[in-house]
Design a binder for this molecule. Sequence first.
Ligand code: PA5
Length: 348
Amino acid sequence: LRDLDNQKRMDHIDSEGMLEATYRLVNVFANPSRFRQRLVSNGSRKDLVFVGMGGSASAGDVLLDWLSERIKVPSHMVRDFSIPRFVDAKSLVICLSYSGETKETLRAFQMARRRKCGIVGVGSGGTLERACKKFGIPFFHVEPGLVPRAALGQMVEAGARALQHARLVGSVSEELRVAGRELEGLRDKIEPSVPMTRNGAKLLAFRLKDRVPIIYVLDRMSSVARRFKNQLAENSKVVAKYESLPEACHNEVEFWTGIGKTFVPVLIRDWIENSEERLLIESFRSTITRKEKKYVEVRMRAKSSLGRVLAPILFLDYVSIYLAILKGVNPGETPRIKEYKEKFGAKI
Ligand code: PA5
């Protein structure tokens, strides 16, 4: 337990610096950078597709949840090595790969080129950047040297700039700055030097130890739940699952009967919910938990639409790293992802 208040022990387990990178995630929004990359606008786009995997795909999810009310064309996040049939020369395909080496994303990139789509690359370099340069495709470069999933801030900012330059959204600068201020306030309450007794992220990590979190969220914020499920797998090496609401009300409510103590429902709330949403969540919660305190509720103060998505993500990112430290596992190391990539990459 005391591991979480022992900086030396935390640094020892977290040798890849995930805590430091998470601390810095906020800085991106507090001081948005000036991307000089301009897109050569090729008329209006009939649809938008992000392609990417894992941590890079999280950035696409966040962008879609944040900007869904503003992007007027059909928009999708594709996690696959092929792009859907409807994607053609009038589509915009934004390829997200932090390393620039993810085979699935590179395959989708090639397919988008063959279909003559408008393409933009986002990442820290690698094959994706080289290919973009070679073919004169705009590339938004983010800071290199991080663990991909810890670069979420940079990837979200770069993706937002790409959407702005493609004129799919208006200026995002002010909202990036406002979200940055909101996130700073939250981070200062949950960062590693804040002791366990008043650090909500450390306390939640302790509560989730040896449990299987079943995560629920409103569908319009599903990026948050999916990110947490993935962070639990990659950082904490813990299994979890997620489902969105109201869908779970029509199936998963049934398995919460006599389910034992292993599983714990984690309800992710939005800071601003309308009365219908509140009623929906409350009906769901009281149906699956007969007694109080048998569930976890995550609700972070933020008013900007970006802050409302990123605040729970920041909080839960910290939870996943603290949980890794409690378990004594290195949150930055993902040897099996590496192994998979080597096997798949060698043969493709
Ligand atoms: O965080 C991670 O390491 C992974 O989830 C990666 O993001 C994933 O494997 C895809 O790699 P990349 O983001 O470099 O395209």
